[in-house]
Design a protein around this ligand. Structure first.
Ligand code: F6R
Length: 606
């Protein structure tokens, strides 16, 4: 949530800051702002709304200066107004912040008693006043920052400018991520390496509690006790061009179409040339694992729920799954020798990270499935099995979801093989089906126009129900989440068998009901549920295979025939039609597909 950037060098800061913010806009887009030092004085421009409003303002009122900071906001404390937009400043200090300062009320009262005048409702403004207050008491910028950091409770990544110090930029982090970039004649900071990719691929990730002095030619890093420390410089593989939309009108559509290659790329390191399973060595033995716990949020949690079915069915391994935001607060006991699987695209989701720490403190081995290899979750794990989806920019997760499913199924197969719960031939068959999924998804993508046409009917609907059974139940929830988050149509995902226990009351002739029902062992049961809906005039949209469509397609409102697959891999295939349906419904309704209202890609607050 919120993206921050900083620059210190010999060139003008503003163009770099704007480009960095453009690449971080996925983290929030309620407002944006930049500040530079011009002749030692703090100057800033801020604008409510998307970055384009800031860009327009800067055209009329350009900022000069070779050191600067920038921010794109996802509002937490205070409405998304210009007054609440970062940077927040005094005459001495300007600050950009990602995170939440939990004790800001006490600090604000303390500072107001000393005569500080606050101009925003944000938690961040206390940081600018605290540092300024320290400087007024004779401290250097470095001493003033270090002292202020010790007074803050909560999470932060910060970029700080000091009036009269054109040669200094300070960055700090606790809880929220911060990357530092090393250039030839310039140093950078950013919420992630992606923001810095056009400028440098030499990246240092600050450890929790670190703060850093950035000068044009060097960076000095201190740990939380102010001791100067060395941190590794990584070479990032992100390039400047990976974040283009290519020929697609939205990142989301591009990312949906990338899924065949993303699944192949994710599978490749886990499969030998002869198509045998070859996972990295794990720091535990599946045979001795008494119970798995899967923890994640949102779409990643639906991938986890599919994973639960796979681990239980294939490897006979008991699995507990919970939403990360609920898990630790119910204080669950965890078994000795247990393993926790943590799933996250960004690797920075605050709830998921907190759940990871809860599990770790209770002796669980931590296996994480993340898309960002240097993320906080990756670094706190005993082992990472990565999704190789590449940067996902669209706020609605698509390719990361199917990549997470790919890793989960490979892990479940590995567990089944080690525990001897499936014959080798069955494991090999599933692996072959998994390797063939990119081709099958390719055929669904070639049917895009079918979903585009179906979505026209979502123009005026206000509710949609998604139903599925077994492995398709989590997909029903994922389909509903995709639709509501980008088209703002209210949608619910339900296990089809549960419908008669309540949701059936919603059915009328206006309600589209999307059934995901491949012709597997549960098909006959789902068929009864479909009949319950059609009998009440509901508009059934059936997603099935040829056999399913041949059987009942004629009796429903619309039926779409998808390729036939081994039922065990069906969640990977059925993810794609619900993504396309949600995407085209959002286009029809004219919403901002890649940046839906109120959302942000990386949720670094609890
Ligand atoms: C929905 C979506 C979110 C994320 C959730 C977790 O399309 O993207 O529900 O899945 O915020 O994010 P990560 O995976 O980054 O931990």
């Amino acid at each position: 949530m919120c993206g921050i950037v900083g620059f210190i060098g010999k060139k003008q800061a503003a163009p770099f800051l704007l480009e960095g913010l453009r690449r971080l806009e996925y983290r929030g887009y309620d407002s944006a702002g930049i500040a530079t030092l011009d002749g030692g004085k703090i100057t800033k421009v801020r604008a409510q709304g998307h970055l384009s409003f800031l860009t327009e303002k800067l055209k009329k009122n350009p900022l000069s200066g070779c050191v600067g900071i920038g921010h794109t906001r996802w509002a937490t404390h205070g409405k998304p107004t210009e007054a609440n937009a970062h940077p927040h400043s005094t005459d001495l200090v300007a600050v950009v912040h990602n995170g939440i300062i939990e004790n800001y009320r006490e600090l604000r009262a303390l500072l107001e008693n000393k005569g500080c005048i606050f101009t925003s409702d944000t938690d961040t403004e206390v940081i600018a006043h605290l540092i300024s207050d320290n400087m007024r008491h004779g401290m250097t910028p470095q001493q003033a920052t270090s002292a202020a950091l010790k007074q803050l409770d909560g999470a932060f990544a910060l970029g700080i400018l000091f009036a009269g110090h054109d040669d200094l930029l300070i960055g700090a982090r606790r809880g929220s991520p911060l990357a530092l970039g090393h250039g030839a004649d310039a140093m950078y900071l950013g919420s992630d390496a992606l923001a810095l990719a056009p400028q440098t691929n030499k990246i240092t990730y600050l450890e929790d509690g670190d703060w850093a002095e950035l000068y044009t030619d060097r960076i000095v890093i201190h740990d939380s006790s102010d001791v100067v420390v060395e941190r590794k410089i990584h070479t990032s593989s992100l390039t400047n061009d990976v974040i283009g939309k290519g020929p697609y009108s939205h990142f989301m559509l591009k990312e949906i179409f990338e899924q065949p290659s993303v699944i192949k790329a994710t599978l490749e390191p886990m499969i030998t040339k002869d198509h045998a399973l070859a996972l990295p060595a794990l720091p535990f033995n599946w045979k001795n694992v008494p119970r798995l716990t899967i923890l994640a949020c949102g779409t990643a949690s639906y991938a986890g729920l599919v994973g639960k079915y796979w681990f239980e069915q294939l490897a006979q391994l008991p699995v507990e799954i919970d939403l990360a935001s609920e898990f630790r607060y119910r204080e669950p006991p965890m078994p000795q020798g247990g393993v926790a699987i943590i799933i996250s695209q960004s690797g920075e989701t605050a709830d998921t990270l907190a759940a990871l720490h809860y599990a770790k403190e209770r002796g669980q081995k931590i296996l994480s499935i993340v898309n960002v290899p240097q993320s906080s979750i990756a670094r706190a794990s005993d082992i990472v099995v990565p999704t190789l989806a590449g940067p996902e920019i669209g706020v609605a997760s698509t390719k990361a979801f199917t990549a997470q499913l790919t890793v989960l199924l490979a892990l479940a197969l590995d567990a089944a093989r080690t525990r001897g719960t499936q014959p080798d031939s069955r494991i090999q068959d599933i692996l072959t089906a998994l390797c063939d999924i990119p081709n099958k998804i390719g055929s669904v993508l070639r049917q895009e126009n079918v979903f585009q046409e179906l979505a026209q009917g979502f123009d005026t609907v206000s509710d949609v129900l998604y139903l599925g059974r077994g492995l398709l139940y989590p997909l029903a929830m994922e389909g509903a989440l995709k639709l509501k988050e980008i088209s703002y149509i209210h949608a619910e995902g339900y296990p089809a068998g549960e419908m008669k226990h309540g949701p059936i009351a919603l059915i009328d002739e206006k309600l589209p009901v999307v059934f995901m029902a491949p012709s597997d062992v549960l098909f006959e049961k789902t068929l009864s549920n479909i009949q319950e809906v059609t009998a009440r005039g509901g508009k059934v949209i059936l997603l099935s295979d040829k056999k399913g469509v041949d059987a009942i397609g004629a009796s429903v409102f619309r039926a779409v025939s998808l390729p036939s697959v081994d039922p065990i891999v069906s969640p990977l295939l059925y993810a794609v039609p619900v993504q396309l349906l949600a995407y085209h419904a959002a286009v029809v309704r004219g919403t901002n597909v890649d940046q839906p209202r109120n959302l942000a890609k990386s949720v670094t607050v609890e």
